[in-house]
Structure formats: C-alpha cells, structure tokens
Design a protein around this ligand. Structure first.
Ligand code: MGD
Ligand code: MGD
Ligand code: SF4
Ligand code: MO
Length: 750
C-alpha cells in the first residue's frame, strides 16, 4: 500500500552524466519547447552573448574555453521548464478555484504552463480574476501606504532575480522605510556568509574555476554536485586528470561523487569515465564539526602548520592549538561514525597536499552547528595557509544562479552601515538602520500580526520554508501577498486576504523595456559578474520584466518621494548600473565593465592579496566547543534534500535516476541496520513524526522505505514534502537557517 502506486525502486547508479543525461535533457526540452525552440534556446545557454543559466550558480569557463553546448542536463531542464509553450491566463483561473488549486501538487502546478497576465484574488474571493498592471500597482501602493509602519511589510527575494532587479528592489524597500529583506539565502548559505565574514572578513568563497583545475586536493562536503551543480564534475575531471586527489564527505553514496562520464567527450559517452572520489567518508549527519576538529588536531601533531602565514596573516592561533591539543577520540568517533584510521588517512592526504580547495553546500549549512563547522573549515585552511594562493581556497558552492549577486546588490536584512551610507549619499535619503527580518523571523511576524504585507520577488516561500503548517497559516493571515513569478506555485494558492500574481519575463526571453533590448547582469559562485541577454519571444505580450514591475510598484507607492527616477530605471537598465557603480563596492564603471567579453570578477581581498577585512585586520582562528546533538533511543535523524528531477520546490519529474527511484517522491532512504532494529523492511510504508522540544508532533504521511547505503541512525527524504516536519524554531545557531538536514523523527506504521 503506497500513495504512489507506480513507484519503482532499483539499484542506485555508480556514475553520473554520460549519454542518459543528454538524452533525458533533450527529451524533456523537446517535449516542452518543441524542437526549433529547443535548439535555439540551448545553443545560447551560457554563451558570451547569450543568457546565463538560471539553474545553479556554478561559474562558466572563460570565453576561450567554452563548448558549443555549454550546459548540463539540469540547466537544460530549467530552460525547458521556462520555455514551456503552454499558457495559463484568465480562463484557467476561472476554471480553477483556489479551493481546487489547493489540492494540486507542485508538480501539477508547474505543468500548467507560463503565467500570462496579472491576476488578483480580492478579499473573500474564491477565484483569481484579471487586473490591469496599473490597478495592480495601485493596489500594492494602497496597502503599503496604509500600514502603521514600513516594518509591517516584508520584501522576499529568491536568488534568480538579476542584479538590476535586486538593486532596485532593496532601494525601494529602504526608500519606503524598512530593512525587511528576507531572502532564500536565509535558508541556504547564510551559515556560510556568517562563518566566513567573522573569520576572513568577507562572506564569499575565495577560489576561481582555475583554482579548482589546479588543486592537488579537493574536498567536497555536504554537496551532491552530480545533481545540483553538474558542470562542477567537468572541473573535477580536469583536476583529477592532472593528478588531484578528491575526498567526498557525505552520509550518502552519491553517484556524482563516484564517477563522471563526461557527455562532451567520446570516452565519457562510451561510459569509460573518470573515477572521482579517492576517499569517501560516509559521515553521520552533523558529524563534520567533530571531523574537522580531529583533522586540525592531527595536522597540528604532524607539524604541517604554515608558520609564516599564521604569523603574518592571522590572530588566535594559540588558543586554537590549545583547544585541539587534547581531543576526545570516543566523542569524535561517536559523532562521525567513522573509524580513527579513516581520519588519520584524511590527515595524511591533507599533510602532503600543497594546494587544497574545500567545497561545501547544504549538507553543512543547514545544521544547528553549521556556522561552527564552517569556522572549522577556515581554521584548517588557515593552518596550512590555503587562502590567497593559486589552486587553493574556500569554495562554498551557491545554489540559485544569482543568489550571491543579490546579496552584493544589498538584498540583506542586515546590510552594513557602509552600504547604507553609500545609498544615502547617492539617493539623498536616510535609509533605516535597524536590522530587518530574515525568513524565519518574517514568518513569526506574519503569524504574530506584526507584519501584514508580503511581496515575493520570485521563489515559492510557502513551500520552501520550514514548518509548513505554521508558514501557511502565517501567509494566510496577511492582508496582501504579492508574487512576481513565471509559473504557478503553492505560494500563489496559500495567499493573503488579497493576493496578486504578477507574471514576469524569464531569463531566456527578450526584454524590450523602454523600446530597446535590455540586458541584465548576474554574479556566480566565484564572484564573476557578467551580462545575460534573452532572445526568445516572451510567453505573453502582457508580461513585464522584474525591473519594470518593481519600478511600477515603487513609483505607485512613493511617487516623487526622494526624487528617485523609477521610470528612467525601467526604461534603460544602464541608469540602474550607473547607480550600482556608485553604491556597491567593487562595481566602479559597472555599465562599461559588463560589456567586456565574459564580464569581470569582483574584488575579494583574502583571495587577491591575503588582506582580511575583519575587525583585527587579520584572519581569525576560532574555537568552538565540540557539540554533537543527541538523538533519543529509537529515533532517527532525517535530512531533507533534492532529487535529480527538481529545482528546489519546482518538480520537473518524478524520477531520481542516480538513486534508483522512478515515478515517485515519497521515499525514505534508510540503512539495513536501522530497518532491522526498528522491525521494518524495504518496501514498507510509514508515516514520519518529528519530535521537538515544544512538544508538538509534526507529521508527514505515506512514505515508502528504501534500503540504502547511509550511516546508522541517519535517514534521508526529499524536500519540500518533508518541510511540515521541521519546526520553525529549529535553526542553525547564529545564522538562523532552518535545520533542513537535521530533523529528529520516528517512523510509525500507518
Ligand atoms: N538540479 C538542481 N540543481 C540545484 C538545485 C536543485 O534543486 N536542483 N538547487 C540549487 C540550490 S538553491 C542549492 S542551495 C544547491 C544545493 O546543492 P546541495 O547542497 O548539493 O543540495 P542537497 O540536495 O540539499 O544535498 C545535500 C547533500 O549533503 C549531504 N549531507 C546531508 N547531511 C550532511 C551532513 O551532515 N554532513 C555532510 N558532510 N553531508 C551531508 C546529502 O547527503 C547530500 O548529498 O543546488 C542548486 N542547484
Ligand atoms: N526542507 C528543506 N527546505 C529547503 C531546503 C532544503 O534543502 N530542505 N533548501 C532551501 C534552499 S537552499 C533554498 S535556496 C530555498 C528555495 O526557495 P525559493 O527560492 O523561494 O524557491 P524556488 O523553488 O527556487 O522558487 C521557484 C519559483 O520561482 C519562480 N520563478 C522561476 N523563475 C523565475 C524568474 O526568472 N523570475 C521570477 N520572478 N520568478 C521565477 C517560479 O514561479 C517558481 O515556482 O528552499 C529552502 N528550503
Ligand atoms: S552546472 Fe548549473 S549553471 Fe551550469 S549549466 Fe548546469 S545547471 Fe546551469
Ligand atoms: Mo539554495
């Protein structure tokens, strides 16, 4: 008995990409876009004069080294999803009431086609109905201007928004009077931003693509690049062929970390690929802090510290070394689930390597101890002087294609005073200084009646956030919700008393705002900024660009207040870029620089000159207590992750090919020992119940158990279906990121 009767479970794969990947992506693209549109679109993906892939934030090779087909399977899926030839307009919304739409899955909603015209759900209405753009802007303005305080409004951003849209959006929020700019980063790499800013003085990674190619050791923790950053495998292949060692640290055996069959090479197509991980550490959930402390301990004992670097560029080394002089081995082994010999072997590899790149993603950032773990990465990097030299550095791999750029442009509820001062000097108004609300606090504010208007620049906040029941109730309590989107999702359906859907151009589409062709710019995970230009005919003549929509809302709300030229911004994005140049550090001559082939790279003092813009002016060694979170008897730790056929809350299909799952998503991956101990078998259906200190039992029902290679006590399932299980209060210390990779659950027979 399962609620997904067609589900099939087979053997997981042991290699990623290759011919199936190309075939799957083309198949899906042709089905949604038709053959001509597919060819036109995919050939412009990630090309110098084309558009930037809107899927992940992995960087492009420099212009001289690009292939004709510079994309991966998941990039192609994202393009196909946006290039969908199906349309939904007023007839669709007349035929489907909100009550009807509420019963539909994210998959179904994404399959209905592109949104085509602005729609409104009026207070008490059962359906969305059409509204003109001007009336929609006036409605937003009316609500915003009626609030008791600007802090009762929330301006959310998902990381696909362009730099120009992001800059205009934060400018509007601050000119209106609030720093309430929660974003998807709050649920994603916030722990990285906090951990790195505290220790190296800048919350971004310190490597370039060339550094990866040149490294002699690459460590990949808590990341599944075969699915989430597929072209990273090409970079790993280059390094590997040049003799690099690769270490994977991950509870699950992920195909994309084992072997890569490069679809751009004959050998890869034929299945003779490149073996990737030399050492694979199947660590227990959240065991990383203990592992990296043990590693630091062993490296200190091996006497491989770069004393010159430490003396010249760091503070706090003595306290760090003292803290790690003694280490409780039993505690490390319990937390990591590894053998001491494995950790010794890892230390040996580190000790003999001269160019080390350390990569990580959500398996690290979405834990209670995430910030401490990232600071431990920094400690080990500083110990060996692995920052600011070729082939070495810290490499947080970002998620959304422009999430890093949005932050650079000021989408941050805690932007520093230096940024706010620059904004004041450029625009002549005093921005609010009090920190705004992040994603978790935004839900609380709505829940508690402290906020009443929610505007979403992209994304799907209701599905992406933790504690679905709480988040949904919070959004339903809003007086107005506004979603600027390309396709239908649950955040349009679980909405405020009055709700707007404002349909926007996607990145593949031609933007003729102001009568001339506009480009936008984006920043990748390695701080490279470049232009992106869509060429496809828009899905509907009634769509507006994100910049156009935001300027429309701003002009309607603020009128001439502060004399900000919203109309000029909307008609010529260079006008925005000239302002970016004067406000955002490192962006001088922005409009000119982005015209260069391949764009330019933003400054990063630690990477560029081993200067560390921290309080003491040097990189900081830090000391964190070894805190492994305990799990009660008979309970498991659930991590919630992505399948191969999804982009966050967007479900492209129901397969997770690399993990052997077909035609379904409601599965729990669990080890043989746990199955035996708990008295279950592969194929059994269970309900998941999460346990939290508030005593509330959160449930998600009807999951098929799948026996899988994962450490004892650690299980895995897909998000967003499992978000109902994550308590809003379960967050990473310091960064306030929901602990999507750490949920204590028990399995219950239905
Ligand atoms: N196709 C596709 N691409 C995407 C996305 C997508 O949904 N689909 N999403 C984009 C976004 S926004 C992001 S943030 C990135 C996400 O990219 P990833 O971080 O790769 O995403 P997840 O699927 O959450 O995978 C987390 C990985 O961490 C491992 N892990 C879990 N817990 C632990 C732990 O305690 N320790 C260690 N060492 N490992 C652990 C899991 O087994 C899994 O392999 O991808 C981006 N790219
Ligand atoms: N349990 C659990 N929860 C998680 C995570 C997890 O690993 N586990 N991961 C977290 C992470 S890392 C992230 S980043 C968040 C993601 O959170 P979000 O960024 O809020 O969610 P997405 O699913 O990426 O948003 C998809 C929607 O964006 C809209 N969209 C697509 N393209 C465009 C465009 O070009 N412009 C505009 N305006 N809209 C567009 C579409 O309507 C689509 O439905 O989820 C977080 N939530
Ligand atoms: S690796 Fe990421 S950015 Fe590059 S083509 Fe694939 S999905 Fe797009
Ligand atoms: Mo993300």
């Amino acid at each position: 008995m399962t609620i997904e009767p067609d589900i099939e479970v087979g053997e997981p794969k042991t290699a990623a990409a290759g011919f199936p990947a190309v075939a799957v992506s083309l198949g899906m693209a042709v089905k949604q876009m038709g053959p001509v549109r597919t060819a036109r679109n995919l050939l412009r993906l990630n090309q110098v004069d084309g558009f930037d892939c809107m899927s992940c934030a992995w960087p492009d090779p420099d212009p001289e080294h690009r292939h004709t087909a510079e994309f991966c399977e998941n990039g192609a899926k994202a393009v196909a999803w946006e290039g969908d030839t199906r349309r939904i307009g007023r007839e669709f919304f007349a035929a489907h009431s909100l009550a009807d739409l509420e019963t539909r899955s994210e998959y179904w909603m994404g399959q209905q086609g592109r949104l085509t015209e602005p729609m409104v759900r009026r207070a008490g209405g059962t359906h969305y109905e059409p509204i003109s753009w001007d009336a929609a802007f006036a409605l937003v303005a009316e609500h915003l201007n009626a609030l008791g305080s600007p802090d009762e409004a929330l301006f959310y951003t998902s990381g696909r928004a362009s730099n120009e849209a992001a800059f205009v959006y934060q400018l509007f929020a601050r000119a209106y009077g609030t720093n309430n700019l929660p974003d998807c980063s709050n649920m994603c790499h916030e722990s990285t931003s906090v951990g790195l800013a505290d220790t190296i003085g800048i919350g971004k990674g310190s490597v370039s693509l060339d550094d990866i190619h040149e490294a002699d050791l690459i460590v990949i923790s808590g990341q599944n690049p075969g699915t989430n950053h597929p072209r990273m495998l090409s970079a790993l292949e280059i390094a590997k062929n040049d003799g690099a060692t690769i270490v994977a640290i991950n509870p699950l055996r992920e195909a994309g970390l084992l072997k890569f069959n490069n679809p751009q090479k004959p050998s890869g197509m034929a299945g003779r690929g490149t073996e990737l991980a030399d050492q694979y550490l199947q660590i227990r959930s959240d065991g990383d802090l203990a592992l990296w402390q043990a590693l630091g301990h062993l490296l200190l004992a091996r006497g491989v510290a770069d004393e010159e670097f430490i003396a010249e560029h760091t503070v706090g080394f003595d306290a760090y070394a003292e803290h790690l002089r003694e280490i409780d081995r039993d505690e490390v082994l319990a937390a990591t689930g590894l053998r001491w010999a494995q950790i010794e072997e890892l230390a040996d590899v580190f000790a003999r390597s001269h160019k080390i790149v350390n990569c990580w993603a959500m398996g690290i950032t979405q834990h209670r101890n995430a910030v401490a773990t990232i600071k431990e990465f920094v400690n080990v990097a500083l110990l060996q002087g692995m920052i600011g030299k070729p082939g070495a550095g810290l490499c947080p791999v970002r998620g959304h294609s422009n999430v890093q750029g949005d932050r650079t442009m000021g989408i941050w509820e805690r932007s520093p005073d230096s940024f706010l001062d620059a904004l004041r000097d450029e625009f002549g108004f005093e921005p609010p200084r009090e920190h705004g609300l992040d994603a978790v606090k935004a839900v609380r504010a709505l829940r508690d009646g402290a906020a009443h208007v929610f505007v979403g620049l992209g994304g799907n906040f209701v599905s992406a956030m933790s504690d679905t029941a709480v988040t949904e109730a919070a959004l339903r309590g809003a007086r107005l919700t506004v979603q600027i989107s390309t396709k239908l999702n649950r955040s349009h359906v679980v909405c405020g008393e009055t709700a707007l859907i404002l349909p926007t151009l996607g990145r593949t589409e031609k933007d003729l705002s102001g009568g001339t062709e506009q480009r936008v710019t984006v920043e990748d995970s390695m701080s490279a900024v470049h232009a992106s230009r869509g060429r496809m005919e828009p899905a509907s003549a009634d769509l507006r660009s994100e910049v156009g929509i935001l300027c429309g809302i701003a002009a309607a709300t603020l009128g001439d207040r502060h004399g900000i030229p919203w109309h000029a911004f909307a008609e010529d994005y260079d006008e925005i870029r000239h302002r970016i140049a004067r406000v955002v550090p490192g962006c001088d001559d922005y409009a000119e620089k982005i015209r260069a082939r391949g764009g330019f790279t933003l400054p990063h003092p630690p990477r560029d000159s081993r200067t560390f813009p921290t309080e003491p002016g040097r990189a900081v060694f830090s000391v964190s207590p070894l805190a492994a979170v305990q799990v009660p008897e008979g309970r498991l730790v659930l991590q919630t992750m992505r399948s191969h056929d999804q982009f966050n809350t967007t479900i492209y299909g129901l397969d997770d090919r690399y993990r052997g799952i077909h035609h379904g998503r409601r599965v729990v991956f669990i080890g043989a020992a746990d199955l035996a101990e708990l008295g279950f078998a592969d194929g059994d259906v269970v309900d998941l119940v999460s346990e939290w200190e508030d005593g509330v039992e959160r449930r998600a029902d009807g999951f098929r158990l799948v026996e899988y290679s994962t450490p004892k006590g650690c299980v895995a399932a897909y998000y967003p279906e499992t978000n109902p299980l994550i308590p809003l209060a379960s967050v990473a210390l310091e960064s306030n990121t929901p602990t999507s990779k750490w949920v204590v659950v028990r399995l219950v027979r239905p």
